[in-house]
Design a protein around this ligand. Structure first.
Ligand code: GUN
Length: 298
């Protein structure tokens, strides 16, 4: 078994991005700028957004976090997005999900200009992705592609099983793994909470991508010997330690690692690759914005 090391791969990508950004700045161009909006005080969301800011600064980008009270109205949030859409110094923006119930997340993601949509959630970007046109891709699936590419994992003709059908991970991941490109060209099966006899699918997966949100639901006995296992889960579980929680993936790592050929750890796997995908998107958005042509895609 070999670990798919999100720390190593994301650091390698960040080094490349840092060098590229330094070269633009030395040519007199401004830095790329990412703005993240967070509503309320969800602990996990605060951690993710702080990490996005820290990492974007580490590669030489400008980065702002806009923190809003849960009481903000949908209209106020849409007005703020319109302002950032019109701000020529902003290359990319994202609104951290989940949002409070009184705010329609679809309305919010649809309000972000597609070319500033570094989460790749806007229907324009979804449509381009489905058509196989280069575009801003959802950050987690994009990060997983970057991980597969880094380790040269063969994907052509493989059976890829995706567990989960969310707009953020499961749906786009299924589309990307079946596209006619590398990584891709898989035969894809998408499973979800209503799938019957889940094991019969997972046991036939050469590449198993688990994004169910159910901690440790995939155990070693569900994994085909030699499979590549990608664990997208990040659930905080109460624990009697200093932080008060531990992070669990959707895969039971200890049993699955005995069967898999490659496996992502949690933490230290896909979570860090999501940030790498976001930074790649932000640099791509910046390059389009300031007129640097050769975009940087998988
Ligand atoms: N919440 C969980 N994952 C994500 C993500 O990739 N982007 C945003 N904006 N919110 C999230």
């Amino acid at each position: 078994m070999q670990l798919l090391d999100g720390k190593l791969v994301s650091e390698t990508i960040k080094e490349k991005l840092k060098t590229e950004i330094e070269s633009y700045v030395s040519q007199g161009k401004r830095k790329p700028k990412l703005v993240a909006i967070i509503v309320g005080d969800n602990g996990a969301s605060q951690t993710y957004v702080a990490s996005k800011e820290r990492n974007s600064k580490a590669v030489g980008m400008d980065s702002d976090i806009i923190r809003l009270e849960t009481t903000i109205t949908e209209t106020e949030l849409l007005d703020l997005i319109a302002k950032l859409n019109n701000d020529d110094t902003v290359d990319g923006m994202l609104v951290q999900l989940p949002l409070p119930k009184h705010i329609d997340a679809n309305k919010v993601t649809d309000a972000i200009l597609p070319h500033k949509d570094v989460d790749g959630f806007h229907p324009y970007n979804t449509g381009q992705m489905v058509k196989g046109v280069d575009t801003l891709l959802p950050a987690t699936p994009y990060g997983i592609l970057l991980m597969l590419e880094h380790y040269n994992i063969p994907t052509v003709g493989k059976h890829c099983v995706v567990i989960g059908r969310s707009d953020i991970v499961g749906k786009p991941m299924s589309i990307l793994m079946s596209r006619n490109a590398y990584p891709g060209n898989c035969t894809v099966t998408m499973c979800h909470s209503k799938t019957q006899d889940l094991n019969s699918y997972t046991l036939r997966a050469d590449i198993l991508i688990v994004a169910s949100g159910i901690p440790e639901m995939v155990t070693g006995d569900m994994v085909k010997p030699g499979a590549v296992v990608i664990d997208v889960g990040i659930t905080r579980m109460d624990a009697d330690n200093e932080k008060g929680y531990v992070i669990k993936g959707d895969v039971h790592f200890e049993s699955a690692k005995e069967v898999a050929s490659y496996i992502t750890p949690v933490p230290g796997g896909v979570g860090l690759m999501t940030i790498a995908g976001l930074l790649m998107n932000t640099l791509n958005a910046y390059k389009k914005h300031v007129g640097i042509e050769e975009a940087y895609t998988v």
